[in-house]
Design a protein around this ligand. Structure first.
Ligand SMILES: Nc1ncnc2c1ncn2[C@@H]1O[C@H](COP(=O)(O)OP(=O)(O)OP(=O)(O)O)[C@@H](O)[C@H]1O
Length: 457
């Protein structure tokens, strides 16, 4: 609910306008002089202040600057009994949003405040839209594996439950941030800000001021007020990445915001209310951390209301090739190459590799391959050794696929020969691809029955 303050010494006007605006659904506070108005605005953040220019203990014009210094988002509307252009111009110059001349009709007040609120909302919207116009413009690939389909179902349900905090767990690079964005974009807050904070990226004190902001003078370097990410996320979603790395001292502070949706800027005494949805992610084992006293149990349970587990890529192998083709096309487009294809032998290699770095690793591998690839098909030559090495046995040519149980040595020999073939018998290049020295390769070849096969160097 938007908070308004009416500063007016005339009791009739104060009470009538106050009651009228309260009936319209605003949360209204009143002050009858400048001192009380300043005190109240230090204790609460107002979206709009309706201000009489002639107060018993001061000039309303002086107050405008003070209100705006406290919060430059607050809109100030002047009420003046003197319909002089000069007064109005001075007020607007001092930073007032608009003015209304007394006596006024309550309907005029309703219209003016409605317009001011819309302005305030639009200002917010424009500011964050400018900063992040493409948050929801992401293609999400996957969807073929049962694991991904289950994940999508859960994600959609949780996205709709707008106030439920979410905890996304999963290995590094598995797509947790993607899932978090999908939740934001599928929620009623999709039109609101999407703000991210990586809890492992900053030292504790900086993280705290990033999150909560600070008042002017809160510490030596605080030369002016700084809004924290909590305020910037008002009306939207705050994504707390690597929540497992959040310092123990900050955990109760976060819990309080989660529970009350209010907080104070550092060095401030004002309670600021926000409407933020919290989505957190971690690759750590939080239950284990709770057991070891490294993560607060109450915060864990509070976040875990909407629990989502993103499966590692190896647990959803059906998604590997669609993702790989997607990354390849994207990468080819980025480097200005024509469309690239995957050599058939590569497909089973990609599908059977363990992908410890998950989707991020897959993306990097395909991007690198697209850059290295001189032809229109990506082959083993453009793949890193660990992938070619791990999966060579699975990439046996089809005429030999009736040999399901090659022993390890045979597998190795077979693979070495394939790599040699792929580089036209060049041992130096083959050794490079295999990740071994040329001498080791020679020794291994000595043990081959096909030692005398035509090999060039
Ligand atoms: N379904 C998907 N479709 C397309 N790209 C994806 C998909 N899932 C993940 N990615 C890409 O993989 C990379 C890693 O994803 P993301 O950053 O979401 O993972 P994460 O689990 O949050 O990683 P970390 O734990 O390191 O923060 C990103 O480049 C992302 O764009």
């Amino acid at each position: 609910m938007s908070a308004l303050l009416i500063v007016e010494d005339d009791t009739t006007i104060r009470v009538t306008v106050g009651n009228f605006l309260a009936r319209l659904g605003y949360s209204v506070d009143v002050a009858e002089n400048a001192a009380s108005a300043l005190k109240q605005s230090r204790g609460r953040r107002y979206r709009l202040i309706l201000l009489d220019l002639h107060l018993p203990d001061g000039d309303g014009l002086d107050l405008i600057g003070k209100f705006r210094e406290l919060d430059d988002d607050t809109l100030v509307v002047i009420m003046t009994a003197f319909p002089e252009v000069r007064t109005a111009v001075a007020a607007l110059k001092a930073g007032a949003y608009d003015y209304i001349t007394k006596p006024f009709d309550l309907e005029d007040v309703r219209e003016l405040i409605g317009r001011a609120m819309e302005t305030s909302r639009l200002r917010h919207e424009v500011a964050w839209r400018r900063a992040q116009s493409d948050v929801c413009q992401v293609d999400s690939i996957g969807g073929e594996s049962p694991a991904w389909q289950r994940l999508t179902e859960v994600t959609q349900k949780i996205a709709g439950a707008d106030h439920v905090p979410v905890l996304i767990c999963g290995e590094s690079g598995s797509g947790k941030e993607r899932v978090a964005r999908t939740i934001h974009c599928g929620s009623p807050r999709a039109g609101g800000p999407w703000v991210t904070l990586n809890c492992s990226a900053l030292p504790e004190n900086l993280l705290e001021s990033e999150m909560f902001g600070y008042e002017k003078g809160a510490f030596t370097d605080a030369r002016q007020l700084k809004r924290g990410l909590l305020e910037l996320a008002d009306g939207g979603t705050l994504f707390l990445d690597e929540i497992g790395d959040l310092a123990l001292t900050l955990q109760p502070k976060l819990l309080r915001v989660l529970e009350t949706q209010t907080f104070r800027r550092l060095g401030g005494s004002r309670e600021i209310s926000v409407d933020v949805r919290f989505v957190a992610a971690t690759h750590r084992n939080l239950p284990e951390m709770v057991k070891n006293g490294q993560f607060r149990e109450d915060l864990y349970y509070r976040l875990n209301v909407g629990a989502i587990e993103v499966p590692p890529l190896r647990a959803r192998r059906e998604d590997i090739l669609p993702l790989a083709r997607y990354f390849l096309t994207e990468a080819a487009r980025a480097v200005g190459s024509p469309t690239l294809a995957l050599a058939p032998a590569l497909e089973s290699m990609l599908e059977s590799y363990a992908w410890p770095g998950n989707v991020r690793e897959l993306r990097n591998v395909l991007e690198r391959a697209a850059i290295l690839c001189a032809e229109d098909t990506v082959t083993t030559l453009q793949l890193p050794r660990e992938i070619v090495g791990c999966c060579a046995a699975l990439a046996v040519p089809s005429e030999q696929s009736d040999q399901p149980f090659l022993d390890l040595a045979a597998m190795e020999q077979h693979y070495i020969q394939r790599v040699l073939d792929s580089v036209g018998g060049n041992k130096t290049r083959a050794a490079e691809l295999l990740g071994i020295t040329r001498l080791t390769l020679r020794n291994k070849l000595k043990h081959q029955d096909r030692d005398d096969s035509p090999v060039t160097s």
